[in-house]
Design a protein around this ligand. Structure first.
Ligand SMILES: *Cc1c(COP(=O)(O)O)cnc(C)c1O
Length: 393
């Protein structure tokens, strides 16, 4: 079946249990699906845009209130919508980094943070991780000292992922932010895997910036996201134009330079807004999500030779697992080779694992019902047993 022309119908989340780490938190709510049909046209939210002609002033639909809601949702002073978390990083990088400035990330940072810094010709330095794959305040302090000796000044910015994308491990946010502030280093809290799926309190953590991803964790279409900050930094990152052109002497009101004027002007913003009441509510059920994740993780642990590489017990629904000693061993002699695993999952209606992956892979149980989690747990055990692996009860 086709949507149009050569474009296939996409029904992965209707027909399967999807465990793709990057997709599960971004799936649209029914309200978002309805709203985006009406707002699919370009610039659709601009129907009622009046002076001073800026997105966050639009009253109908209530885009203005939505901005206030977003700021309070993460307990910060001011928020803007941005086309993806990466554009939030970029806006902050553009406002804080000059060529040659040292900038801190971590050994588990996302590539988009690297690109945001590289785009400003900043010099990247990584805070290493512990043997158990955690970023600690001690390691952060050491690295800040080291970088300060190297550059004769402290780093201008620190990008910190609360839960990293590789292991879904929880890093010492509070401790690291405290250390950074002792050196007057502003901290960007990367909530791509938190904002919209679990409670996030920016002020309480001491974050200077909170960045969230609409399409990763806020049930919104791509590309969408949010950037929030304190009143201390708002004037810098959301600075407005001051230019007067030479020939026509034009000025441009209060357009924000870092936002390129306006950001999300149609489906993305309306999708975010329509999902928001659901998203605000769902973060209160994080414990339930963790319980579902535990069922699946425990099933995998019961399969001989399987190693959970993420920290255990789990604090996030994204988990990295090493099945070199289990499913990959089966793959060595199986007639389908490495594809036996993804194809066995597919037969059971489970999607989102890279076909052929049997060594190290990731999954995310976010958004499942408890019976779906039990089904998935049983599926992993069954596939193991059917292929001669020992499964302990
Ligand atoms: C997915 C992800 C991003 C990028 O988010 P976008 O909204 O797609 O720009 C950044 N950082 C981390 C840790 C991520 O997992």
């Amino acid at each position: 079946m086709k949507c149009a022309g050569t474009i296939d119908v996409r029904d992965i989340d209707e027909s399967s249990i999807n465990i793709d780490p990057i997709q599960v938190g971004g799936r649209l709510t029914a309200d978002a699906m309805k709203a985006i049909i009406a707002y699919g046209d370009g610039y659709s939210v601009c129907d009622q845009c009046r002076k001073p002609f800026r997105l966050d002033y639009i009253k109908t639909p209530p885009v203005d209130h939505f901005h206030l809601d977003l700021a309070s949702f993460v307990n910060m002073d001011i928020a803007r919508v941005v086309p993806g978390a990466r554009r939030g990083f970029q806006a902050v990088a553009d406002a804080f980094i000059s060529p040659g400035d040292p900038v801190l990330i971590t050994a588990l940072s996302h590539y988009t943070e690297v690109l945001a810094i590289e785009g400003r010709a900043g010099v990247i330095r990584e805070i290493p991780k512990t043997e158990s794959t955690i970023i600690t305040a001690d390691l952060a302090a050491n690295k800040i000292e080291e970088v300060t000796r190297e550059f004769h000044r402290s780093p201008v910015l620190l990008f910190l992922d609360h839960f990293d994308y590789q292991y879904g491990n929880c890093h010492d946010l509070g401790g690291i932010i405290k250390v950074a502030h002792q050196y007057d280093i502003p901290v960007l809290y990367n909530g791509a895997y938190t904002v919209g799926i679990m409670p996030v309190d920016g002020k309480n953590m001491g974050a200077d910036f909170v960045v969230g991803s609409g399409h990763k964790s806020m049930a919104a279409p791509a590309p969408s996201g949010m950037l929030a900050t304190t009143s201390e930094w708002a004037g810098r990152v959301f600075r407005t134009t001051g230019v007067k052109t030479d020939v026509t002497a034009r000025t441009f009101g209060i357009k924000e330079i870092g936002m390129m004027g306006c950001t999300l002007m149609g489906v993305t913003l309306i999708g975010m807004m329509a999902s928001f009441p659901h998203v605000r509510e769902r973060v209160n059920h994080w414990e339930r999500e963790l319980a579902n994740g535990r069922k699946v993780v425990d099933a995998l642990r019961s399969i001989e030779g399987t190693i959970i590489q993420s920290e255990y017990p789990r604090k996030h629904t994204l988990t990295r697992v090493d099945t070199t000693g289990s499913f990959d061993r089966v793959a060595q002699t199986h007639k389908k080779r490495g594809f036996f695993f993804s194809s066995a999952l597919k037969e059971r209606g489970i999607a989102g694992i890279i076909p052929g992956a049997t060594k190290v892979w990731k999954f995310n149980t976010y958004g499942m019902t408890s019976s779906q989690a039990e089904y998935l747990a049983a599926a992993f055990r069954d596939i193991a047993r059917e292929n001669g692996l020992i499964v302990t009860e």
